[in-house]
Design a protein around this ligand. Sequence first.
Ligand SMILES: C[S@@+](CC[C@H](N)C(=O)[O-])C[C@H]1O[C@@H](n2cnc3c(N)ncnc32)[C@H](O)[C@@H]1O
Ligand code: SF4
Length: 383
Amino acid sequence: MQKKYYSLYIHIPWCLKKCPYCDFYSLVTSDINFNKNIKQRYINNLLLDLENDLFFLKKNKIYIKSIFFGGGTPSLINGKLISYLLNEINKKVYIKKSAEITIETNPSSINKKNILEYKKSGINRISIGIQSFNDISLKLLGRIHSAKDAINAIHTVIDNGFTNFNIDLMYGIPKQSLKEAKNDLYQTLLFNPKHISWYQLTIEPNTIFGKYKPKNLPKNDILWKIFKEGKKILKKYGYINYEISSFVKENIFKCKHNLNYWNFGDYIGIGCAAHGKFTMNNKNIIRTVKNSNITKYINGNYLFSSTKIKDSDKMIEFFLNRLRIFKKISKKEFTLNTGIKISSITEYIAKSEKLGYIKNNKDYLIVTKKGYLFLNDLLEIFV
Ligand SMILES: C[S@@+](CC[C@H](N)C(=O)[O-])C[C@H]1O[C@@H](n2cnc3c(N)ncnc32)[C@H](O)[C@@H]1O
Ligand code: SF4
């Protein structure tokens, strides 16, 4: 039987300052007692949290194909602690030799010592939250670093041995013009990153921007021009747009961890507010959410909820994730990941085909250009 591989997500729930647009779960370090002691306690609890999940999975050996330290700001944890954590994890699960191990970083906490230690710990991919190279945009986004800090941080990552790095960039920033958005892309390209995540700023309800909508957000016609011209620039420079917001220089640098989410694969999520998804007995899909209360978490209350996905929701959940990546869908893969026979969804497939959203051949479903253009309408069919 083929070995099953999981991904492992580790949430680091601290930031030096909360950015007004960001809905990711994090605590501001100055509001709490953020010290060496709490970091070590948190790391120790991450290991116990993992043990609980492994017990729940009831398997002798769990094989891991990717690890992702996300946040918050994982680069607030030094390389020695990350190294300790990875070593201990390695004793509990089998980490594939070629596993992708990523850490998210903020330019304000990147320094030579940390980067060298991360490299030594086994981390092989760095994601840098740059957002913009324009000081006015950075200020409007409430970032704590300048464009110069961002440039220095990227140099530190490259000069200390990381070739596989991602740059997070945003567009649709308040007051941003087409020229400024293009300039951010050109600045990014100067560093020749293997991967670029180019996100349109979204206004999330539970954020400061959600409460006080920023003035001067670019109008839809400007956003459309930025999107169209930005994609053209990235293509011209050899980047493949493999997912809505993800661009890669060569296929081997596609983010394996995120691909696992988009392929509706299984993953273990540890740490405050982390999410996980496991398939039990090839049938029941369970979603886990960990406690977001850090005091409860470091006192051993890890699991907040564990819910079985209803059979009626599996199909739409699969398509919601899978349609983010621009690749034909194998019918076998659909059945393997949902437990649903393709013959039981023929009615939905026929409807999508009739509207020109997908092509249906023997082994694959292929989303057409029209299907991607009217993605929400296509998804509606599978709800
Ligand atoms: C969890 S953050 C981690 C990066 C790191 N904490 C930092 O900000 O430097 C991951 C990325 O999500 C993106 N992001 C967060 N909130 C967003 C929003 N409302 N709209 C678009 N992108 C967002 C940003 O590009 C950010 O770098
Ligand atoms: S964008 Fe990054 S630094 Fe800003 S609040 Fe979110 S996680 Fe923290």
